[in-house]
Design a protein around this ligand. Sequence first.
Ligand SMILES: Cc1cc2nc3c(=O)[nH]c(=O)nc-3n(C[C@H](O)[C@H](O)[C@H](O)COP(=O)(O)OP(=O)(O)OC[C@H]3O[C@@H](n4cnc5c(N)ncnc54)[C@H](O)[C@@H]3O)c2cc1C
Length: 389
Amino acid sequence: MTTSKGVYDVIVIGAGIEGSSSAYNLVKQGLRVLLLDQFPLPHSRGSSHGQSRITRYVYEDEFYVRMMVDAFPLWSRLEQESGVELFTNCGVLDIRRGGCPGMRRALDALRAHNIPHESLSSPELQRRFPVLTTGQGDVAIWDPNGGLLRADQALRAFQTVFKQLGGVIHDNEPVTSVTPGSQVVIATTKSVYTSANVVFAAGPWSGPLCASVGLHLPLKPIRISVFYWRASDDYREMYGSSQFPCFIDSRGGGSHFHTYGLPISEYPGLVKVCPHEGPSIDPDDRDKGTDDSWTEEGTLATVKSTFKGLATTPSIREYCIYTETPDKHPFLDQHPRFPNIIVAAGFSGHGFKLAPVIGKAVTELVLKKVPTYNMKPFKIDRFEPRSHL
Ligand SMILES: Cc1cc2nc3c(=O)[nH]c(=O)nc-3n(C[C@H](O)[C@H](O)[C@H](O)COP(=O)(O)OP(=O)(O)OC[C@H]3O[C@@H](n4cnc5c(N)ncnc54)[C@H](O)[C@@H]3O)c2cc1C
């Protein structure tokens, strides 16, 4: 191990989408920023790899809709800065059981921010999207401005612009210890650095990293299967992004597993329909042992009942990890004892679209600025006040 005397204003641990966006936002403030990752980049071991993610305004919680109001133009700005097209506007369908309380909350949240949307009954839904078969009482919210983000490209775009602005990335360099103080000392397998601030954006590895500085947070990594289903020749065009949207199906219960999906966009002829659930795993042994055949069975039930012309065996299965919190909101806060340690973790399967505003919020926390967003839902002590002190 060599010991260099790297001194930074901020060190960001984790070059997934949240850490990369944070580093990009921090360097724009003129700060000296080091972005560290344990693996050679790019990699497919965490949560930010793969070709696509859904982005949308529709959320049940008003504070997320508020964040998305800023996130959409910030994604456009990144497209301009990087010269890479990151977004396809195919719209998003949020499919639910009629009369569920979440539907009302989501509609109220959209109205509060004047976000264009439509409520669709089951017959309207099937008329508009003829590949769908929905139950009589099912409903949907149509979010016409949502769509698909090119995930791998977005991650690369943040890192590229970060480096162009003078940021430093060290990959293949795991952090082995963090010693809090007015200058935080960060040891890695290759070096030792000091920094005025540190951001923990370690995705599924955040639990042990936070515990190393006395924060015991309820973070649970789960393995999510990403399935691609072949569309038959008659239906292939109807599943393209000019005719078919991204969707979230939260009807749940019976034959309807909680799923989400995207139009054909990455692998020719293959539609992405995935479970929103999976088994608890250790991210260092992600693919080891644990039986998750139930996720394929549950997703297949939805594929069969809801989508016309799709094969009943997935052509491709990939893996990715969600890091869940009990209320599905991330931790985005400063350490209660060491305010120069900022935690951004636990994005619970919906953090990609939020990345531009997460980076902005992290930067405000580092600079001790008045927050733009409502940070209360993201507090570290919201479950067990002060138990970590
Ligand atoms: C299958 C799937 C589908 C999803 N779909 C959507 C969607 O449609 N829309 C949406 O908005 N969100 C979606 N998400 C969620 C979104 O992708 C995640 O919330 C987001 O990628 C989390 O990013 P992260 O930066 O927190 O974690 P990660 O991407 O895992 O990054 C953490 C990084 O930290 C590094 N690291 C960890 N420990 C150390 C250490 N000790 N030293 C150095 N480096 C370290 C890791 O190597 C890793 O690169 C999906 C997630 C999955 C898995």
